[in-house]
Design a protein around this ligand. Structure first.
Ligand SMILES: NC(=O)c1ccc[n+]([C@@H]2O[C@H](COP(=O)([O-])OP(=O)(O)OC[C@H]3O[C@@H](n4cnc5c(N)ncnc54)[C@H](O)[C@@H]3O)[C@@H](O)[C@H]2O)c1
Length: 443
């Protein structure tokens, strides 16, 4: 395979312009990059990154490269790549990039293979596809791999397969679903190197998952449909970090928001936040828009499609395209769906209703919009860069576990972000500090 696979190298200039635009909104990552240029904390490390190929990711890649890393970047979703950005990374920064918007599954895993062939010392995942492929290959569990990746892996000797994993000192993981998969690997004793759960940093999920997903998901739905949200019933499935953000932004657009949940605590929170909460069986009958953000399977299932109104608009902003049971809808429909607008597939059910699925049920904020705004990715990717540096320095002291981002890194990112925003805060006086650490004073 050549050292990149992208749609069109001629788009590089436009991609570079958009990277620069995003960089202006990344004041925390910027000084990290400047320091990396001088200190080279990642010198000599091969990093394989499997992330959404967006302008913000591109800026992270450049920061890591300036830190001395030898990088290969591959897409973490078939629909999230910004082709102009992939071109800029190859053409202007000589970063081998393997990502084409709309690539099929075979190509997606051919690209993962390129990341594996890079023989990484460090992995940087968004959803754990890279790490899980690496482990399945090492364990010889070829049946779990996409067939073309499996046939490549079968051609490797046992030593080659083991060597691939031996060289890895550690990894980082960007999203909730990836962290869940990694923790399950740790529990099953198959995790073979330490991984830092970037998602668990407060400066990541409090802002990226909530405000980033909130805004960009609405953006994706609007760009795909151009349908007015005001006055419509908007069903949000899952009231976790992403769901909270999405529900609040949908309400901000004037929609009447309904939340579905399985966790009583989250459901109660949604009720007290002023949303209607009900089971999907009830919500399915009245929703105009549906968006899943659960990280779970078949949250919108065949039985729910049976209840939906004609014209319902259904999307997902959770990590994998498993939250909406599209095969069940296919079975209920007459023939193939019609692509009525870019990213809008319209299914006609056998009883004559039209149901619109956005972005093939994949992350709609990245499929039809541009993903999170740079200002939140600034903090997520500052966490990625500093976690990579931490891993480079401390991997030999870490166990084969999933670790949180060290608290001092998390707090420093919050401090830098506030500083960049020109926001000042108070500091504890010595008296307050003493009071907050004592138990002797009361009524
Ligand atoms: N679109 C994006 O750019 C983006 C950004 C960050 C995270 N994510 C992804 O979004 C998903 C959610 O992330 P999060 O951080 O909000 O997770 P979270 O764990 O905070 O929230 C998920 C919520 O979904 C609920 N849930 C689970 N099954 C459900 C079901 N069947 N019906 C209704 N609710 C259900 C859970 O109880 C939980 O409250 C993950 O897949 C994550 O990787 C996407």
């Amino acid at each position: 395979m050549s050292n990149y696979d992208i749609k069109d190298i001629n788009q590089a200039e436009g991609g570079r312009r958009r990277m620069d635009w995003a960089e202006r909104e990344m004041p925390v990552l910027r000084p990290i990059r400047e320091r990396f240029k001088k200190e080279k904390p990642l010198k000599g490390l091969r990093v394989s990154a499997c992330l959404h190929v967006t302008t913000e990711t591109a800026n992270l890649m450049v920061a890591l490269q300036d830190g001395g890393a030898d990088i290969v970047l591959t897409a973490s979703n078939p629909l999230s790549t910004q082709d102009d950005v992939a071109a800029a990374l190859v053409n202007q920064f000589e970063i081998p990039t393997f990502a084409i918007k709309g690539e099929d599954k075979v190509t997606y895993f051919k690209h993962i293979r390129a990341a594996l062939e890079h023989k990484p010392h460090m992995t940087m995942d968004d959803g754990a596809d890279l790490v899980s492929s690496l482990f399945f290959i090492e364990m010889g569990r070829f049946e779990k791999l996409e067939p073309s990746l499996a046939s490549w892996a079968k051609g490797l000797s046992d030593d080659e397969r083991r060597e691939m994993l031996k060289g890895v000192i550690g990894g980082t993981e960007e999203t909730t679903t990836g962290v869940i998969r990694l923790k399950a690997m740790e529990k099953d004793n198959v995790l073979k190197f330490p991984v830092i759960a970037v998602n668990d940093a407060l400066t990541k999920h409090l802002f990226d998952n909530r405000y980033g997903t909130g805004q960009s998901t609405i953006d994706g739905i609007i760009r795909a449909t151009n349908v007015l949200l005001a006055g419509k019933n908007f069903v949000v499935s899952g009231y976790g970090w992403c769901g909270r953000g999405l529900a609040s932004r949908a309400r901000g657009m004037g929609a009447l928001v309904i939340v579905t949940e399985v966790d009583p605590m989250k459901a109660l929170e949604a009720v007290m936040d002023g949303f209607q909460v009900m089971p999907m069986n009830d919500a399915a009958k009245i929703g105009d828009f549906f968006c899943t953000v659960t990280g779970d399977l078949n949250v919108i299932d065949g039985d729910h499609f049976k209840l939906m109104k004609d014209g319902a608009i259904v999307s997902n902003s959770g990590h994998f395209n498993v939250e909406i049971n599209i095969p069940a809808l296919e079975k209920m429909s007459k023939g193939k769906p019609a692509l009525v607008r870019p990213f809008v597939e319209q299914y006609e059910t056998k009883d004559g209703r039209k149901i619109n699925i956005l972005g093939e049920g994949r992350l709609i904020n990245l499929a039809s919009a541009e993903g999170h705004p740079a200002s939140v990715m600034d903090m997520s990717f500052a966490n990625q860069a500093l976690s990579a540096e931490y891993m480079a320095k401390n991997a030999d002291k870490l166990e084969k576990k999933v670790y949180s981002v060290p608290e001092d890194i998390d707090k420093e990112i919050a401090r830098l972000k506030l500083e960049a925003m020109g926001v000042k805060i108070d500091t504890l006086t010595a008296e307050q500090s003493h009071y907050l650490n004592s138990w002797e004073e009361g009524t």
